[in-house]
Write a protein that binds this ligand. Sequence first.
Ligand code: FE2
Length: 484
Amino acid sequence: MSAPTTDTNPSPPVADLARTLGNHPDFARHYQGDHQGDQQGDQQGDQQGDQQGDHPGEGNDRDFAQAYSVVRGLTEELAAPLSPEDQTVQTMPDVSPTKWHRAHVTWFFEAFVLAEHQPGFAAYQDTYWTLFNSYYETVGPRYPRPERGFISRPGAYEVGDYRAHVDDRMLDLLASLSVATKEGNDETLTSLMNLGFHHEHQHQELLLMDIKHVLSKNPLQPVAYPGSKVTPTRVEEAQWVNFRGGVVDVGWLDGSAHAAFHFDNELPSHPVLVQPFALADRLVTNGEWMNFIADGGYQRHELWLSDGWARVNAERWDSPLYWQWDGLQWLEHTLHGTRPVRPEEPVVHVSHYEADAYATWVGKRLPTEFEWEHAVRESGAHPARPNGDITGFHPTPDSGGGGLRQVFDTAWQWTSSAYLPYPGFKAPVGAIGEYNGKFMSGQMVLRGGACITPTGHARLTYRNFFPPHARWPFTGVRLADSLA
Ligand SMILES: [Fe+2]
């Protein structure tokens, strides 16, 4: 095992980064742990916590240590069933190996927290700062993303050593700060810790998306995460929920009952005009998608956006990403293994192009991101309370009931909105400004959350984004209709 080196080559930019983040008004104000009410555990606090989706424990150093261990523990739990060989494979440029995710999120805490706050900081391995830097040009050189699968060393166990080393240093740091600063209100540290938690949550979801793609290429059809026996259920017809529209506020609102944490791309909040509209109360099902296929959905150019039709032909799409026709029936690769498509489950792993074509086929459309946010705010749907886990490894059927359902815990929902900056948005100066702002081109917004989204990560104003052809995320379809 390599010992920590004494050469701290990336220190100057990281120090700049931490100072930049700490001074940025948005991050200094919003990432600090000033929402202790979220963690109180009383009835009102629980209700707020449900809506806010933040981590219990944010707010002081001791609780940070607990929250840190919970977040880091989930990553290792998700990786535990995977062999070192599973964790090394990269099946396409978008996919990163499991062990890369485990190392990268560790590097994030090392580079963004320890480098600034640990006295006498020294990097664990200089080379790791290149291998596990994802896209932060400000921080230093990066290893090419499409070649992450070439990194046979460090191996999965060595990555575990790296994680343990950084965890020890992080917990030591938090313990020392608890003693040194009773008020425990170092805004920069608090901001970075919260960012690190949510960053690791993002990668926990990516880890599962990516290993699903990796295992889909293995002819042995591995079962990475055994599922429980499922009894077929019947799903009710989708109902429409009407919304009046008007001038409504969107975006993260300071002091509201929504999440305490947010990314910079959710700012500034601003008013938008929304015409009267309706949303389907549940997501489109596999059974409904089978009807689309049977009606020639993938062969009828008139249903498709031009770029989508080009993809259909170039990549020979005839069904959602993980479906395969065996001559008798559709089979679906899942994280629970390969099995027949279940009609009652929501369709998942469809691109924006497919979602749009399906909506056209049924004479409806996709919602704008502002319609989606307004409708969910009005309906009162809120994410599950944080419990240090995920909801499941595969979306489950709608269980019925009133209001909007399958909002935060089933599949991300494509919108018709391009991923653009809100009016007045300014990316923070420095490396942290690279987190979201530079990706605001050529991508579409998704709202809600998926079964593999860690609890505590989804929220009302969250703006997920992917290119319109992306199919490997857990993406589904909620239909919209115009009433005006
Ligand atoms: Fe990352």
